[in-house]
Design a protein around this ligand. Sequence first.
Ligand SMILES: [Ca+2]
Ligand SMILES: [Ca+2]
Ligand SMILES: [Ca+2]
Ligand SMILES: [Ca+2]
Length: 662
Amino acid sequence: MKKLVFLLLIALFWGIGQSAYSGALSEQQQQELIENYLYIRGEGPIPASLEGETLPRCGTELALNLMNNRDNFTGKYAAIAASLAARPNLPYSYVSPKGYIRVHYATLGTDAVLYPLIDANTDGIPDYVNKIADIADSVWELEVNQMGYPAPPADGINGGDSLKDIYIIALPSQYYGITWYEAQVTFQSYTSYIEIDNDYNFWPYNLSSQMERRLDAARVTIAHEFFHTIHYGMDATEFESHAGYEFVPWWEMTATWMEEIAYDNINDYYAYLPYYYNYPWYGLQYATYPVNTVHQYGCVVFPLYLSEKFDTSLVRDIWEICAERTGSQFLQAIDRALIEFTSDPLKWDTTNQYDFQRAFNEFEVWNLFTGTRAARAPAGYGFSEAANYPMPPDSAYLNFARYDFYPLQMRWPWMDTTIDGTTFLLGNGTPLTYYKGNLPQNAGAHYLNFQNLSLLPDSVFNFIFVGGVGIKWTVTMVAFPSNIAQDAIILDSQRDLSPLAPGPPLYFNFDPSLYRNVVAIATPTDTSISKYPTGFNYGAIFSNQPSDSFPNSLDFHKPYPNPIVVKSADDSVTFEAQISTSSLSGVNTEMQVNIFTISGEKINVISYNGSLSDGDKISVGWKLDNQSGKKVAPGVYLAYCQVILDNGSIEGAEKFKIAVIR
Ligand SMILES: [Ca+2]
Ligand SMILES: [Ca+2]
Ligand SMILES: [Ca+2]
Ligand SMILES: [Ca+2]
């Protein structure tokens, strides 16, 4: 008994990992945390900091932040914070049939359980409470007895006895549940209790008034929150501190994963997936202000990849490694667990070893094959339920539809003076395009989609990728054949293993005429938390000869005017090339310009034929029309210019993008 009092005193005065921050919360931070808390409790409006992120979820990360900071609140916030340590006060409780859990509940008032008067088995307990207790028993049996996680530490006499406590209360915010830590057991192990909603009267569960349907929400909630009580028992310090807040992405992605392991048919997690697939450049450890972003629930697909590709036990292996040390190291733990698992001949073909870098890139390849694309996944790729998952939207890709040399650079931190997509000319005249947006974070992805490949038959595609300093890159090229009945093909996968300096470039060559489009999936990975790549470069070249083999006998000038603002029917864009060596003097040549729409449809061909001398310019004008003379609509067009000699050989080629404004 004395020991218990001592433990509770520690819990009252020290938050978990208290030394991780200074204790000074800004007024705005205090307000945000308290406003979020009041909102969950139904005592306040939705706070501005949660706008756009209104999806119901778990409140455990918020509770952790409130508890860890509760001695740091000042003024009007201090009194609210002081009440946080108190468990709910409910009139009744019921011990689950298998004796694992005590369920606390009310039958009257705002916290009253759903259908409090239904008691078909006439044991004096609302059947809703009977069912919650049965669910809690089966979740304990699954997570502890079957899956081998350690039972959460007993909580002394809190809640009446040492049983794990679940409180059924009204969470009008539509949050599913919250796990609150309580007393310290060892340095990184804490007791905890669970609060869950009393009726799940929100979409989609409220489409039915059936108790069983509402209980589906309770099933995933208890599977999820009970896993958090295990997390608090194993390593309550497995969080990342950032800007005064604590983030628990690994807790949330694995607790959401546990919902699927425990209740495969409910699929509540589908609602979170757009928050992952819409933002592939966000890292697994992505943490942003305020707390509790939905993205970390969407990251459920990563542990799902681990359990479907390797084994369900791999997630427990990772948690056990996390628990070996205080502080956050889940990325290192994933790396080590993968290496150990795939080095064990009893578990895996050890000639096919994985680490975090390799597995993460493969995971992002799996993510390409969701929704209607799931049917085209190559053998061995893709989630079992991928057809139900959303597809990354077009905005998640960098899309390329022109056939050109594309040296690109992305970098971190951004240069404030750079506008996204700005193209510069380097000293040698080579254009360099800066992309500011969507730079993948560590353990994020960058999808580069090369489209309309069939436009240039018989050509060679060269894609060159140079990684940045300080992080390893993996690039996989996936090709989609033009015949949509055919599965996609993994063309190539290459890894840059040099984290301290840019490694050698990764080269990819293939014949683009075979495919409708090719996607490069580039992933930076490092096992330290919150690491950003410092920048990377890549280039793509389409040519019908090996790269860089065009002689320097021709200079293509930039077409002009471009963009062209149309004022009269006679306006045209001029394409010009200049002969710069005497070797072409007197040779009959043709300059040909092929005009394509941005979607790849060829609409016109214009040309000039003539005999040239050294220093001559050749030019052709495009009157902004199609082959039948009809003026084109305003928009962007692609011009593929070639100079062809009498003998049919191509002396030079260049591609330009023309903007027509009317
Ligand atoms: Ca009953
Ligand atoms: Ca208890
Ligand atoms: Ca499922
Ligand atoms: Ca840890």
